[in-house]
Design a protein around this ligand. Structure first.
Ligand code: ZN
Ligand code: ZN
Length: 413
């Protein structure tokens, strides 16, 4: 079977947090089949292409566990009017930008439909591997309800209202039905909104959303499909409720306290911080027409993010890696690495974006590491990311080879 042999690389061993010279790696089809160290040579058989890494760093592709590839502008009023074809083409460019920055896997946290996933599978979009959450589940007046409050609302007996981004579903039965619908359409996991959020018009940040029973309905349906549900939450009460209901990860968690962090650690629940999105909304939100009421809410979470990561780490919570960028701000994706390095070592930041995220996605041994049997999702980087994370920043300028599933998406060597 055709494949590649990469020789003369410095292997980034993330378990040990060191770089080791004289490494080679062989791929076959979409997998890694052999890794050799200490200058041991790997024989290149027929039909195999040899790539000389020239001493560059060989590392697993990065994983971003919280993106919204289909939220293509921060101007939500404009987004709602945009044709689906326009949004689809913008989404293609957003996904291709992610892969160019070295993110070979992403978990879409809401809004990406099966059509884009099909286009990715067929190679029409040169993007990362995507784990789709489909439409998010939210209560009326929750963080997935983008409708403005009405002066005289026309309520009907039906308890589910759907858009391309969400099912607004009230009551455990409606949540169950909405979760089943998304899983039927191929969602890899289910996302629920468990508390107030920044980008929606009618829910304060300190609000708790969904009853434990409603969240548990989504968790049960996901588990029945051998997958999991995860939750957006900022405040301790919302975090603890979602953890009790059995979610696999808490997204953002900016206002976490020691008690809710302990509850997460005890339950084995992951935290996925998304520091860069607040940084970017603060920097560019006003000019990019991010809704003004949302800008007012931003202040409540903006400066708490870094401290939240510290509280979680102290309690022993497994901390993954996410970004949650919207529309025009996607080029800032890799800046999350630098923001996280304020409270973690470079090696730990890289572990979060590879090993920890792979475990969160239930793909341990397949993603986030360079070992026989894992997918050949890898990077060759000009520089040492353990010493300086900037080599992974920008738009992937210093990443000379990006391979996804054994296929080079970029090869500058
Ligand atoms: Zn969120
Ligand atoms: Zn999000």
């Amino acid at each position: 079977m055709a494949g590649f042999v990469i020789v003369n690389a410095r292997l980034l061993d993330l378990e040990a947090g060191v770089l080791r010279g004289g490494a080679s790696l062989r791929t076959e089809g979409d997998k890694i089949v052999e890794v050799a160290e200490g200058g041991r040579e790997i024989a290149a058989g027929d039909g195999v292409t040899v790539i000389d890494a020239g001493g560059r760093t060989l590392m697993p592709g990065l994983i971003d566990a919280h993106v919204h590839a289909a939220l293509t502008t921060m101007d939500f009023a404009a987004l709602a009017r945009r044709q689906t074809s326009w949004r689809a083409i913008e989404t293609k460019y957003i996904l291709e930008g992610m892969l160019a920055r070295g993110f070979t896997t992403v978990r879409d946290a809401g809004g990406l439909d099966p059509g884009i996933a099909n286009a990715l599978d067929r190679g029409l979009v040169k993007g990362p591997r995507v784990f789709r959450s489909g439409r998010v589940l939210s209560q009326t007046g929750g963080h997935g309800d983008s409708d403005l409050p009405q002066e005289s609302p026309q309520l009907c007996a039906c308890s589910i209202r759907s858009s391309y981004f969400s099912h607004v579903a009230d009551g455990p039965d409606a949540v169950r039905k909405a979760a089943r619908e998304e899983l039927k359409s191929g969602a890899h996991q289910i996302k629920v909104m468990a508390g107030g959020g920044v980008a929606t018009p009618s829910d304060p940040i300190d609000m708790v959303q969904y009853t434990e029973e409603e969240i548990r309905a989504a968790v049960e349906e996901a588990r029945a499909r051998r997958t999991y549900a995860f939750a957006h939450a900022y405040i301790p009460e919302a975090i603890e409720r979602a953890v009790r209901a059995g979610v696999r990860s808490i997204e953002h968690g900016n206002l976490i306290d020691a008690a809710s962090a302990r509850a997460m650690a005890q339950a084995g629940c992951y935290l996925v911080p998304t520091l860069v999105t607040y940084d970017q909304i603060a920097e560019t939100g006003k000019q990019l027409r991010f809704p003004s009421e949302s800008l007012r809410k931003l202040g409540e979470v903006l400066h708490a993010g870094v401290g939240a990561v510290e509280i979680a780490l102290e309690a022993g919570v497994k901390v993954g890696f996410g970004t949650d960028l919207l529309g025009e701000t996607h080029p800032a994706q890799s800046k999350e690495l630098l923001l996280r390095a304020q409270v973690q070592s470079n090696a730990d930041v890289l572990r979060s974006a590879t090993l920890v995220n792979a475990e969160l996605l239930q793909r341990q041994g397949q993603l986030g590491e360079l070992a026989p049997g894992a997918f050949a999702d890898l990077l060759l980087v000009d520089g040492d990311p353990l010493a300086d994370l900037n080599v992974l920043c920008g738009q992937g300028e210093r990443i000379d080879l990006i391979m996804r599933g054994g296929v080079p998406a970029k090869n500058a060597l």
